[in-house]
Design a protein. Structure first.
Length: 161
């Protein structure tokens, strides 16, 4: 497993990973119409590539294929974090998240977590700020605004880290 910076040529493979992950991993927490609104298979490739280029974006490569990706902006907003449906629970999301959280010297990291990913973020010491309903293509999806305070961790006595 290798973690590296995103390249524009990764975008198409990431789009497929995103679609497959949403439609399999998130199926337990969202209805079919919600999954289709979230990931309809028609991503604006140019907009995604531009966003990935503007953010600090990492991909995880295993056996020559991308098995995970994530990105964070300079303000500490962790935008996307997805792991291939066949590579769940193997430490990929944790490894990605660790690197993304350290990318910028910000006091806190904020993300909008799916119902499915909420427990993952809680284990990483994120707290729920707010449960919300967001609209995608006329369909409501539940997610959570979550944040992790990095300064509290940095200011802890050495023995407590």
């Amino acid at each position: 497993m290798k973690i590296r910076r995103y390249r524009s040529r990764d975008c198409k493979e990431i789009e497929e990973l995103f679609y497959q992950t949403v439609h399999t991993v998130n199926r337990a927490d969202y209805r079919e119409e919600q999954l289709n609104a979230w990931a309809d298979g028609h991503v604006d490739s140019e907009a995604w590539d531009r966003s990935f280029q503007e953010h600090f974006t990492l991909v995880v490569v295993k056996d020559g294929r991308i098995v995970g990706f994530g990105d964070i902006d300079r303000t500490g907003y962790l935008d996307r974090l997805y792991v291939h449906k066949d590579e769940q629970r193997k430490g990929i999301a944790s490894a990605l998240c660790e690197k993304l959280e350290q990318a910028f010297p910000v006091e806190k990291i904020v993300t909008h977590s799916s119902v499915t990913a909420k427990h993952f973020f809680e284990k990483r010491e994120y707290r729920t700020v707010k449960k919300q309903e967001v609209e995608r293509k006329g369909i409501l999806l539940t997610n959570y605004i979550m944040e992790k305070n990095k300064t509290a961790k940095m200011n802890e006595p050495e023995g407590r880290r």
